[in-house]
Design a protein around this ligand. Sequence first.
Ligand code: NI
Length: 397
Amino acid sequence: MKEIEQRILALTEKVYPQVVEIRRTIHANPELAFEEKETAALVAKTLKAAGVDVKEGVARTGVLGSIKGKRTGKIIALRSDMDALPITEATGLPFASKNAGKMHACGHDAHTAIGLGAAMVLAELRNEISGEVRFIFQPSEERNPGGAPFMIEAGALEGVSEIYGLHVLSQADAGTVGFCQGEMMASADELYITIRGKSGHGARPQHTIDPVVTTAQVILGLQTLISRNLDPFAHGVITIGSVHGGFAPNIIPTEVKLVGTLRSMSKEWREYAHKRVHEIIEGIAHSAGCEADVHIDLGYPVLRNSDAETIFAAECAEQLLGADRVFQAERLMGAEDFAYYLEKVPGTFYRLGIRNTAQGITADIHNDHFTIDESSLKAGVAMQVYLAIRGLARLSE
Ligand code: NI
């Protein structure tokens, strides 16, 4: 192994106890989207202590950090998200959430600790940096419209050539990392639908316009979006997760309200699907004499990892951690606001395995028993550092 890899791994070991301590502090004090005040203060304090230039209050609770290398060059951004979820923790860990109803059940505590660990290591490797490393600590990944677009608006990507970010994965062993070229995560839009008819007696439907029967047709009709309008080799999903209407067995109500989610793996099909959602709902409703109100609340876009940077990052992982610790990451229909950064600059979003079956660490994210094998933090820190150093060297060639 070359010298730089050894130095990165040794420095990662050195900062590891502090990274664990930071992760536990953040874990015990979770804050929800756009409320990450204490977390942001801890981030800023830790960065300053490491000698990193800091900008606070970006997009409300976001923090930007910057390390300029000895040589001038391009800028690579490393991103961490800081928010927790509205879940009551049930892990019983000594550092479990002290904030009732809030929990770091998506590993953003680990992401933030990894970002800080990477900053501490990179601060000691300034001489190896050809350019600048920008640290993005963003608020609100969990809640639409997400913190990423606001960070971008506030200039987080100004001058940035590439960006790298990671997310914990409960389905892979601690210390492994997974990469996926191209579209990895879905766009997620919310559907708010009202089908309006004319109410009346359940025994005299001929004098009414029944929105319930029409709703049943609409729900089934919407499934043809996937079965008839989507290329069988492509991916998409539509789910109506909530139906509300009526209150008595013998009364046909005035209206029924539906709420659902629409997910796609391509920008083009997403736009087409929006058009079809309107056509299907309005067409079915009108044929029954109902009125339809369709509102599509735009969520995160499709997350697309750029080809060259994903191949580069996977090669880096093989060199730093060994090929046996690198896996092919699966595509997911979940959404992630890192997608906004990747719409602007090339880069990759990769998976960090955190499972430890022997220790019973297997719970999935967004579960009240979710936790991580903390030894995985080392792979996260070392990878982010290595991507920044190698990436900048590659850009200055
Ligand atoms: Ni997450």
